[in-house]
Design a protein around this ligand. Structure first.
Ligand code: MF3
Ligand code: CO
Length: 259
C-alpha cells in the first residue's frame, strides 16, 4: 500500500478513556512488580531469581508477562547489564557491586498491555555510570514534556536526542519506542533521534511507550548469539528508561508510574 501522512496517522489506534483505564490497571500491576523487583536488587542475586519473582508476582495477580513467548522470548523480564542495551535474557549471572542493570517489563492484564523499564546501580557505582543513568532518565522526562496533543512526534524524538548529545552520549538507532495498549507493539514507532519518515501529530487517546536507550560511546549495537541480547558495539555502557503514557486533553498520564 502506498503510505501517505494521513493513512499513517489512522494506523495509530486511539484509546477511549475506558480503554485507558484498563491499560492503567495493567500499568499499576507492572509498576508494583518493578517496585518489588527493585527491592530485591543486590549483589549476588541472579537475574533468573529476579525473573522468577516477577513471573510469580504477575501471574498471582491475574496478569501475564507480555514478553514471555513474544517471538519465543523465554522470560518475563529483560535484564540488561552494563554494556548490554536491551533484551538481556535472565540466567545464572549474578549481579555485582558496581553494575548498572536495566530491568524492562511488559504486562498484560485483562487483555491490555503496558511496558516500562528503569536502570539502576548495584552497590557503589562509578561517577560515569551515575551520570549515564541520570541523563538517560532525564531524556525520558524531557520526552514526556513534549508528549502532548498537537505536538508532532519528532519533537519527542528530538528531546531525547538533543539531551543525550548535549551530554556527550549517543542514542541507539536500531530499536525504538512504540504505541502500546491493545498489543505490545503498535504504531507509531518512536525513535530516539530524528529519523526520516512519518511525523504524525499527537492526538488525545494515543498511548505510547517512550523508551530512550542511551549509549556512553557509539550508537552501534550488536546482537549476541543467544539471538536476543543487544550489546554496544564498543562494549561501553548503556542505560534505558521507559514509561507507558496516555495523551489526554489535559496533558499526559503516566500509566506505569510508581516504581
Ligand atoms: N520494552 C521492549 C520493547 O518494547 C522489550 C521487548 S522484549 C520482547 O521492545 F521480548 F518482548 F521482545
Ligand atoms: Co517497549
Amino acid at each position: 500500500m502506498m503510505m501517505n501522512k494521513e493513512n499513517y496517522t489512522t494506523m495509530i489506534r486511539l484509546k477511549n478513556s475506558d480503554e485507558i483505564a484498563r491499560i492503567r490497571e495493567s500499568g499499576i500491576l507492572l509498576a508494583e512488580t518493578l517496585k518489588e523487583v527493585k527491592k530485591l536488587l543486590c549483589e549476588g542475586i541472579t537475574t533468573m531469581e529476579l525473573d522468577k519473582f516477577a513471573y510469580n508476582y504477575i501471574v498471582t495477580r491475574g496478569g501475564k508477562p507480555a514478553f514471555l513467548g513474544y517471538f519465543e522470548y523465554p522470560a518475563s523480564l529483560c535484564i540488561s547489564i552494563n554494556n548490554q542495551v536491551i533484551h538481556g535474557i535472565p540466567g545464572k549471572r549474578k549481579l555485582e557491586n558496581g553494575d548498572i542493570v536495566g530491568i524492562d517489563l511488559g504486562v498484560i492484564l485483562n487483555g491490555y498491555f503496558s511496558d516500562a523499564c528503569f536502570t539502576q546501580g548495584i552497590g557503589t557505582i562509578s561517577g560515569s555510570r551515575q551520570r549515564l543513568i541520570k541523563v538517560t532518565e532525564e531524556c525520558l522526562y524531557r520526552a514526556l514534556d513534549q508528549t502532548r496533543a498537537g505536538n508532532r512526534l519528532k519533537r519527542v524524538s528530538e528531546a531525547v536526542y538533543s539531551h543525550a548529545k548535549n551530554n556527550g552520549y549517543d542514542v541507539v538507532r536500531k530499536f525504538c519506542g512504540h504505541g502500546v495498549g491493545f498489543e505490545l507493539h503498535e504504531e507509531p514507532q518512536i525513535f530516539n533521534y530524528v529519523a526520516s519518515g512519518p511525523n504524525p501529530r499527537l492526538k488525545v487517546g494515543m498511548v505510547l511507550a517512550i523508551e530512550p536507550m542511551v549509549n556512553e560511546g557509539t550508537s552501534d549495537v550488536n546482537i549476541l548469539d543467544d539471538g536476543w541480547t543487544v550489546v554496544t558495539a564498543d562494549s561501553k555502557d548503556s542505560a534505558h528508561f521507559e514509561h507507558t503514557v496516555a495523551i489526554r486533553d489535559h496533558g499526559i498520564e503516566i500509566l506505569t508510574e510508581g516504581f
